[in-house]
Design a protein around this ligand. Sequence first.
Ligand code: SF4
Length: 227
Amino acid sequence: MSQAHQPHATEILRLLSKQYTARPDMDLGNPKDTLLGVLLSARTKDSQVLKIFPAFKKRFPTFASLARSTPNEIASSISTIGLYRSKARAIHGLAKIIVDQHHGNVPSTMEELVALPGVGRKTANCVLCYVFGQSTVCVDTHVFRISHRLGWSRGKTPEAVERDLMKIVPKTEWNRINRTFVQFGRDLCTPGTPKCWKCPVAKWCPFQPKTPPPNMGTSKILVNGKR
Ligand code: SF4
């Protein structure tokens, strides 16, 4: 990945982050809820997690209550979520570890977080960024897709994309990436057909062919960001 991307990477992030300012959906305000929310949101829409989360939280208000329960009881309270049985097992297992080894508190290092069942680098990076304010690059499906379209990475795994982004984006900007790209990815740089015709960073984006407005013929597709 060329360092020549770096000036544009910074500019693109600054520009988009002015437009996309909302707090991430899974930044749920405290370490416990955020960890569980991010874990539950794997391969599941955030909106589905937010729908069940209040009742789930009421039933299991602490890690101790989760540790005392069973995977089946947890599964029954998250059964509308994708992969709910394996997520329930992970939540039960991590709650026991957090109670037994971390005095009931979510650990704040990558090493300790990825040692928890069901917690990979993406979940750990989100928790470290959202609740502990650490500079991390959290690569979810939106960050993965948009990084490829912008030519920032050709990595085949989230870990490879994370490494590329850490090279071309200054550390001061790492926390903006996930927050900004999740919203940008829902609004314009969507899965399938992105809305390139109204994209504020199209002139820096090598993705081809750029998509035209729905009422414009394919002969007017933008090339290199220009008509
Ligand atoms: S020009 Fe299109 S593909 Fe490139 S970042 Fe914008 S919306 Fe995404």
